[in-house]
Design a protein around this ligand. Structure first.
Ligand code: ZN
Length: 322
């Protein structure tokens, strides 16, 4: 894979400002948000951050959009810094969609800046505006909401409706298409939600404990009655806390939990370090497999799309804890 030097977000802002990111063909002003209307040539260029958001944009936008994701499989969005080529993509985009709630921590300021001159939206904006009761406010995340909302397909389905409304307003001639595409996608997510519920019910209640590298599965746990523990906090940027790790080790041993899980975008050693001390204490602890926490899988994997990602996680968890 070609490596690019990371570009500081502040520098990227300056580059985009100098280039004049609002072109004559696309005079978007966000004063009150009412002037976000597409006047360019189809397809609409949509630039997204994570794969889950890109899939949502593709499914809702259908033939009217061309979608690109900045972050591919195995990329950790908490640590991602925009590279030079991202500046060009963001500058040329008609719409920018990102997850928000500080998932893309190193790009958060950039998106706030870009929203002044370009149609730039967090797909979780609606949840936040409605103060959705399901939004988690983990005490260790300093007053911010937990950004990993896609792990609850029902919550993600509400983001689908919000993005459909955004596109319908931005490109009103195709509003009916966006609404119809969103309805079809939501129906798939409802089916996925039922699958998760049915499958996870196969794990004995006292073993519904999910230990992973970082605290990404809070919404998943809340939706399906699974107790979750991350070795690191909400952001992978946090350092591992050894006192916290020992507490998790004791819990695993006392409750005879058979497996813990590595994540595709976090170094496996974070979780592997639990195995030896637990085995020394007589617990036959296994690595239950790899979960896709923040990034979907490669194109040739069973987690190449959103539903595949969720199903892979559920299958892996049920097989190891059942
Ligand atoms: Zn995360």
């Amino acid at each position: 894979m070609k490596r690019h030097a990371p570009l500081a977000a502040s520098l990227l802002v300056a580059v985009l400002a100098a280039a004049g990111c609002s072109t004559a063909a696309n005079p978007i002003q966000r004063a009150g948000g009412s002037a976000d209307v597409f006047t360019g040539e189809y397809p609409i260029d949509v630039v997204c951050t994570i794969g889950q958001v890109a899939e949502m944009a593709r499914r809702i936008g259908g033939q009217h959009v061309r979608v690109e994701a900045l972050m591919g499989p195995g990329v950790d969005p908490h640590l991602y810094s925009p590279v030079a080529s991202d500046a060009r993509k963001l500058k040329e985009a008609d719409v920018i969609l990102y997850n928000g709630l500080h998932l893309e921590g190193r790009m958060a300021d950039l998106f706030v800046q870009m929203a002044r001159t370009k149609a730039t939206f967090a797909v979780t904006e609606g949840l936040q505006q409605r103060r959705d009761k399901r939004l988690r406010e983990p005490p260790e995340f300093e007053g911010l909401y937990d950004p990993h909302v896609w792990h609850d397909p029902a919550l993600w389905a509400d983001c689908v409706s919000d993005v459909a409304a955004i596109l319908a307003k931005f490109d009103s001639p195709h509003a009916a298409d966006y609404q119809a595409n969103a309805a079809a996608y939501r129906a798939e997510l409802a089916e996925l939600d039922k699958y998760c519920r049915d499958e996870l019910a196969k794990i004995p209640p006292d073993r519904r404990v999910l230990v992973t590298a970082h605290d990404a599965f809070g919404y998943f746990g809340a939706a399906y009655g699974v107790e979750v523990h991350g070795l690191k906090g909400i952001s992978t940027e946090e350092e591992k806390d050894l006192v916290h790790q020992e507490r998790i080790q004791r819990m695993l041993i006392e409750r005879k939990i058979p497996a813990v899980f590595v994540e595709s975008a976090v170094a496996p050693r974070t979780v592997a370090s639990l195995v030896e001390p637990c085995r020394a204490a007589g617990l036959d602890l296994k690595i239950g497999g790899e979960l896709y926490a923040d990034a979907m899988g490669p194109a040739d994997s069973d987690a190449a799309d959103y539903a595949g990602m969720i199903r892979h996680n559920v299958r892996t968890i049920v097989a190891a804890l059942q």
